[in-house]
Ligand binder design. Structure first.
Ligand SMILES: [Ca+2]
Ligand SMILES: [Ca+2]
Length: 342
């Protein structure tokens, strides 16, 4: 009788573990991004299997990484990639990157996705599962998934596994809430006077405070305009000895417009990619600029395009052969799994 009760208890306990112990846990970005004094994750010391995070979507993923599938087998080559940043709201002063890659097998992970499998994955992730709405920067969203620490940040990702149990899920809470106002800072908020990085494990100052959030760095100039191009890194300076790397992402305006000159402000997403192996997690802050609208004063997007002329592809307020040439150059290109999804 007693033995039967023990067996019954064990069966119930196992069932409980299977059903409840691995339930995703809702956390704030601030809780999720907690670090030790050396910059390693403290949340990850004893974190749950999956987390749920909510906030504002800061980017359209194709402006940052190219989702075009490419299954080439080569060390560390990821093929298609997809990454979004979600910023916490109100008191939740932090944010989180959520990453997907095609060729986990080229790094420390499981097998890679075939092109078809990869396209199906990002087809799913680009759309709200309840409404089929295509996510865009400025939406309030909820992500549920597993996570890994990399280069100074705890990222939601699939743990480099193609097994569907590692899928992460993105859901719409409210569309078009709008991007958060960028916090206005100067390079003195990120660098000491000797140009070394400010690292504060309490995350109340420096790069750690702004990591994965939208900021506006005021009054800087570009040191190396010759490096201006999509998918490159340029350097800005405050003219007082401080410098900072700015990653120009894939936004079409970066290819279309000239590098801005003179004193400008820069709007982007603060990132950390710690250098070295093993990585120095107190370093490697950088600003990601997703796109540029050619306004000349602010490196970034104003979010409002003037002209209202259909066919004015380069937004110079006239429709002419320059627009046609740009159209012809990119004729019949499609963006993987934003069109032809189902
Ligand atoms: Ca960090
Ligand atoms: Ca034009």
């Amino acid at each position: 009788m007693k033995r039967g009760l023990i067996v019954l208890f064990l069966v119930i306990f196992s069932f409980y573990q299977m059903v409840f112990a691995d339930q995703p846990v809702e956390v704030t970005h601030w809780q999720f991004q907690a670090v030790h004094t050396d910059g390693t994750s403290s949340f990850d010391d004893n974190g749950p299997w999956q987390v749920i995070l909510e906030g504002i979507l800061l980017n359209n993923p194709e402006q940052w990484l190219d989702p075009t599938p490419d299954p080439t087998v080569s060390p560390w080559f990821m093929g298609g990639e997809w990454e979004i940043v979600i910023q916490g709201e109100g008191d939740d002063h932090a944010g989180t990157f959520c990453w997907m890659g095609q060729n986990y097998g080229n790094g420390p992970g499981s097998d890679s996705y075939s092109n078809e499998e990869w396209l199906a994955e990002i087809c799913r992730l680009n759309r709200d599962p309840n409404t089929a709405y295509i996510f865009r920067a400025g939406d309030r969203v909820r992500v549920t998934g597993t996570y890994l620490f990399y280069g100074g940040k705890l990222n939601v990702n699939e743990n480099h596994q193609t097994d569907s149990m590692f899928d992460f899920k993105l859901e719409l809470i409210k569309p078009s809430v709008g991007l958060p106002q960028p916090e206005e800072i100067t390079l003195a908020d990120l660098k000491h006077a000797d140009d070394t990085e400010i690292f504060d494990p309490a995350r109340l100052t420096g790069g750690e405070y702004y990591q994965s959030r939208r900021v506006r760095i005021n009054r800087v100039s570009i040191v190396d305009p010759e490096n201006w191009a999509p998918n490159t890194t340029i350097t800005v300076t405050d003219g007082q000895g401080r410098t900072f790397p700015v990653v120009l992402a894939l936004g079409e305006g970066i290819a279309r417009y000239e590098c801005p000159t003179g004193t400008i402000d820069v709007i982007g997403i603060m990132d950390q990619k710690a250098p070295g192996y093993p990585a120095d997690l107190t370093k490697g802050y950088r600003l990601l600029v997703l796109d540029y609208d050619g306004n000349g004063l602010v490196l970034g997007e104003s979010g409002s395009v003037r002209g209202n002329l259909p066919g004015d592809i380069n937004h110079d307020f006239v429709v002419n052969l320059v627009d046609l040439a740009e159209l012809a150059e990119h004729w019949m290109i499609s963006r993987a799994r934003l069109c032809d999804c189902f």
